[in-house]
Design a protein around this ligand. Structure first.
Ligand SMILES: Nc1nc2c(ncn2[C@@H]2O[C@H](COP(=O)(O)OP(=O)(O)OP(=O)(O)O)[C@@H](O)[C@H]2O)c(=O)[nH]1
Ligand SMILES: [Mg+2]
Length: 455
């Protein structure tokens, strides 16, 4: 697909920097460069991908900047179109003037993401790769970065194409039996079809299982710290963060709202939430804070229930069965912590199974970090796995899975091929949406032409 107009934009972030990059992409990119650039020779004479020194001129021949310019000829460019890159001095005004010169010479200001959109439309990358560009830019931990680069390399796209090819072959087979009933499909082929469909279904299900990982890598694991007032929740958040982010004081009810910060625990992004302490509220403001605590608890991937071991056991500990707190196996989503291990322990806590730490001395914190990571790994969150789908992929794959299931039921019941074909076609479309290919007919044609039907 070709796009007819030529776009330009400042590709570097706003503000001062060593260099600012202005990009022009489209059929007139090189012609526009010729109009605004003066060097030893015109830009149109440049070999592709070679940088040349020169100057950019604006309206009324006004010199704007000394720059390095390179021409990237189609199709060997990021967008797949003729692309010009101008590296100038990194000032907000000077780069705006270079862009203005491009627009004056005939380019249109690009919309956000339009360069990558063109790369997709020109077949330089599939949709999963285009999305990986955003993930890559937003990645905050090594793991998120690795997942994004692998997706950019096409690992997810390759898996989707494999599933898609298998579905196309299945659909072609079913269609053949509809169009040429006299050719017949042997009864044992029916079984083979079922087996093939089952294996496609499995591959989709395996990808769907990576949805939680995708969320972890893109958004972080939600870990909520809660417990009675004055237990040391805010102190724990500060400790895990490594600096004093939240106010800590011995006044009960210091924290009135939920406070969120991101921590990087061995490459796993953690969204750590400090909450208002639980107690019979004295003010409306505090009740609102406690209501928020309860809401965050519902959305938590992992809860850190913290208590002051120097104080008697609070009511809410007693109201729950002790078995619920009995170490790792009882509630995999909750770690019970007894804080202030530098102080004597109240007799209420004798032999109470919990992780003992001190936010004052740092005692027990390495163990707590390891326990948090272990719990995250135990819940289907495996941040070390590189493939991780996003919400959009998840939606497409779920629909594909449902359609496969319907096709499988139809096949199992021995229903006519038309029924199976409709469901397979829907599965194929849903899978195609993941990588941005929706034109199923065209592919089916190409498959059919190779299918030895005219024997
Ligand atoms: N001795 C000792 N004191 C601690 C420890 N951790 C926290 N504290 C103190 O306990 C008091 C309460 O700490 P916070 O972190 O504000 O407690 P909180 O749970 O956030 O309290 P609220 O926000 O009121 O719910 C402060 O005076 C802290 O300095 C610890 O490990 N040992
Ligand atoms: Mg607090």
């Amino acid at each position: 697909m070709t796009v007819s107009d030529t776009i330009a934009a400042i590709s570097t972030p706003p503000g001062e920097g060593a260099i600012a990059l202005v990009r022009i992409s489209g059929p007139n990119a090189i012609e526009i460069a010729d109009k605004i650039f003066r060097g030893k020779e015109p830009a149109s004479g440049f070999a592709s991908h070679v940088q040349h020194l020169g100057e950019i001129f604006g309206a009324e021949n006004q010199l704007i900047d000394q720059v390095v310019l390179s021409v990237h000829r189609a199709p060997a460019s990021y967008t797949g179109e003729d692309l010009v890159e101008i590296s100038g001095h990194g000032g907000a005004l000077v780069s705006a003037k270079v862009l203005e010169a491009c627009l004056r010479a005939g380019a249109r200001a690009a919309r956000p993401g339009e360069f990558t959109e063109r790369a997709f439309l020109n077949g330089k990358m599939d949709l999963t790769q285009a999305e990986a560009v955003i993930d890559l830019i937003r990645a905050r931990t090594d793991l998120a970065l690795r997942s994004a680069t692998e997706q950019l390399e096409g690992r997810l796209g390759d898996q989707i194409r494999k599933i898609r090819d298998a579905l196309i072959a299945l659909l072609a087979h079913v269609n053949a039996s509809i169009d040429f009933p006299e050719e017949g499909i042997e009864p044992d082929e029916d079984e083979t079809l079922c087996a093939r469909l089952d294996s496609v279904r499995n591959e989709i299900a395996v990808l769907l299982e990576t949805a939680d990982q995708g969320r972890v890598l893109r958004e972080g694991v939600r870990v909520v710290i809660y417990g009675a007032t004055n237990a040391g929740k805010s102190s724990l958040l500060n400790r895990l963060l490594g600096y004093d982010r939240v106010i800590v004081s011995d006044t009960h009810g210091t924290t009135r709202d939920t406070i969120e910060e991101t921590v990087n625990l061995e490459g796993v992004p953690i969204r750590l939430l400090d909450t208002a302490g639980l107690r019979a509220s004295e003010s409306e403001l505090e009740s609102e804070g406690i209501a928020r605590t309860q809401k965050s608890l519902q959305l938590a991937d992992l809860r850190l229930h913290i208590a002051d071991r120097n104080m008697p056991k609070a009511e809410h500990f007693n109201s729950r069965k002790l078995s619920e707190f009995n170490g790792a196996t009882s509630d995999p989503n909750e770690i019970v912590i007894l804080n202030k291990s530098d102080l004597p322990e109240d007799k209420d806590w004798k032999d109470f199974p919990a992780l003992r730490i001190s936010c004052a001395t740092g005692d027990g914190l390495p163990q707590l970090k390891q326990e948090i990571l272990a719990r995250i790994r135990r819940q289907n969150l495996r941040p070390e796995s590189a493939i991780a789908i996003n919400t959009r992929h998840c939606d497409c794959l779920r629909r594909a899975l449902e359609s496969c299931d319907r096709a499988r039921t139809a096949l199992g019941k021995g229903l006519s091929g038309e029924y199976v074909a409709v469901d397979l076609d829907q599965a194929l479309r849903a899978i195609g949406e993941v990588i941005g290919v929706v034109d199923v007919e065209q592919i089916l044609d190409s498959v059919f032409s190779q299918f030895c039907i005219g024997k």
